[in-house]
Design a protein around this ligand. Structure first.
Ligand SMILES: [Zn+2]
Ligand SMILES: [Zn+2]
Length: 350
């Protein structure tokens, strides 16, 4: 099968012909149909310092936002669980579900924890292997591309739930990548009264999309004091109830803290290539909180149920997909992303 493999640390990404993986008795072989490129995949493709922790898993096939068709099932899997031909989207995270860490919601500490496309081979390939608890059967009207978006929607849902966005809240979302845009959608779905997106001048098309398609109320181009001034005016000087930092640019965490109200919380959702200096004393005196949110494990199946119940919102989420290409087109996809020409790139397979 064709696969896009990171063989060793560095900027190189190689297309290889590799054997179709074998499956165990409790595993399922998936013929991949769509696998979206996550912002974190771009960090891995260019191998920036925030991804060096993955070195011990190389060589590896990345790709964790995917859907496909069941090709083959292991001996222990019953037909009502999965059978060849089933259309499925995948929860890319596997945990045991019963250990103490799992029961306490600390999924990444589960001894059986792995995630496809991060610590185990993923889906930038024609086939990949998952466990039966990772598959979710898609309804007929959910496309493979829509299925591939359930994971990033789950990440946004996790952020919104962790920060406890409530009915009537005023929310700012910094960053207009996939997760920033989906956080706008999920904050509105959770009942926020007003959501504004904040981005750079080069993000303007994305910011407009947040308003036109994803339910955002407005956007702010972050130049000079623009963001602080606009939020001050908007909230009578009080600040936003909740601010999400989804850009991954470390200094934006300070901006987020300045935009949130006294006693308010900032959700830190980005992954940061650089460390940051923080004015902790101001943060302490104003009793503001910084909360890291990562992955979508807990609300993943609920996000899937939500998407099934709101096909019109899932169709709107799909509007962020600007480019469909093949794994061979990786370099062009990376260039489009770097040049801000694309929003969401998806690799498709026949
Ligand atoms: Zn992702
Ligand atoms: Zn566990």
């Amino acid at each position: 099968m064709r696969a896009l493999v990171k063989l060793k640390p560095g900027t190189e990404n190689t297309i290889l012909d590799v054997p179709i993986p074998e499956i165990g008795a409790d595993e399922i072989l998936i013929r991949v149909k769509a696998c979206a490129i996550c912002g974190s995949d771009i960090h891995k493709f260019i191998w920036d310092p925030s991804m060096h922790m993955y070195e011990k898993y190389l060589p590896l096939i990345f790709g964790h936002e995917f859907s496909g068709v069941v090709e083959k099932v292991g001996a222990d899997i019953k037909p009502d669980e999965a059978k060849p031909g089933d259309r499925v989207t995948i929860n890319n995270v596997h945990v045991c579900g019963v250990c103490e860490a799992c029961r306490k919601g600390m999924m990444t500490m589960c001894p059986e924890f792995y995630w496809n496309g991060g610590t185990k081979d993923g889906a930038f390939a024609e086939f990949t292997v998952v466990k039966k608890d990772q598959i979710l059967h898609m309804p007929d009207d959910m496309s493979f591309i829509q299925g591939s978006l359930i994971e990033p929607l789950g990440v946004a849902a996790n952020a919104v739930e962790k920060l406890g966005v409530r009915l009537g809240d005023r929310v700012a979302v910094i960053g207009a990548g996939t997760i920033g845009l989906f956080t706008v959608l999920m904050a509105k779905a959770a009942g926020a009264a007003y959501v504004t997106s904040i981005g750079l001048p080069s993000d303007v098309e994305r910011l407009k999309l947040a308003v036109a398609e994803l339910g955002g109320d407005d956007y702010i181009i972050n130049e000079g004091q623009n963001a602080e001034d606009t939020v001050k005016k908007l909230t009578g000087g009080l600040g936003m109830d909740v601010v999400f930092e989804c850009s991954g640019a470390a200094p934006m965490v300070n901006l987020a803290l300045s935009l949130v109200k006294v006693t308010g919380k900032v959700g830190v959702v980005g992954i940061y290539a650089k460390n940051l200096e923080l004015d902790l004393s101001t943060m302490v005196r104003s009793q503001k909180g910084l909360i890291g949110t990562f992955g979508g494990t807990t609300p993943y199946s609920r996000t899937f149920q939500w998407a099934k119940g709101h096909p019109e919102l899932l169709a709107k989420a799909e509007k962020i997909v600007t480019h469909k290409s093949r794994i061979e087109d990786i370099e062009a996809a990376l260039k489009r992303s770097a040049d801000h020409e694309s929003i969401k790139e998806v690799f498709v397979f026949d």
